[in-house]
Design a protein around this ligand. Sequence first.
Ligand code: PAF
Length: 282
Amino acid sequence: MKIITKISESRDEINVFRCVGKRIGFVPTMGYLHEGHLSLVKKCREENDIVVVSIFVNPTQFGAGEDFECYPKDLKKDAALLQGAGVDFLFTPSVEEMYPEGFSTAISVSGISDGLCGSSRPGHFDGVALVVTKLLNIIMPHKAYFGMKDYQQLQVIKRFVADLNMNTKIIGMPIIRETDGLALSSRNIYLNADERRSALCLSRSFALVCEALEGGETEVSEVKTIVENFIKDHPHTRIDYVQFVDPETLKPVKDLTKDFLLALAVYVGKARLIDNNIFKVM
Ligand code: PAF
């Protein structure tokens, strides 16, 4: 695996393969890798000739008071994991390389980025859209892989890739969970043992929704109250949002008679955790 830090070098190296018809696959990450990231890398390895992974903690997607400064990092361990997973290139640019002096461009995706994390973290998806656009322009992959835990992020990326006629196929991959249901996240490192127990309320609330649906409940407000009360019963939790939305538009659904996505964002201690599940309604 070759580690590259410069944009010009990554272009030169990867172009060689593109020019001889090799398929380039790409997994963008912010590092501190876990099995969720590695599942993306595995799929990318299976479906492409050349696998590129980026590690870049992107400052433009963090708001004031968020965890940019203390976002967990372990480049040595990450590089070893990626080497073991058969990655060809690891791209780890500096902030100055990605956003040199004079950088003045913004990208904003309206509609799909307005609600959920878009309301709680103003500007977050502009930052994601900007960095992913830059990374896709730099690597120019045939396919790029993203996890469905960040469901809204995936929809935002699909939107601007289509709108801007970018030549990369965006692949969404299932959420990877611990055996007890906790969705893997680099931010789980912030949880102490007590908080880790409480954090299970996110994934466990999905079973309560299934129960309510099986009992014939179709009122959003009723099921929302069940989920909110369940989460509030767990120590160290503070709800950011509990939203029942259309899986395509991410607009709130009026009732639970059609397929819907339950999207959760909950602070557990200082960790802001997100999780989601699509419910198929017959
Ligand atoms: O999901 C992430 O890790 C980040 O938001 C991404 C897509 C790598 C952009 O910085």
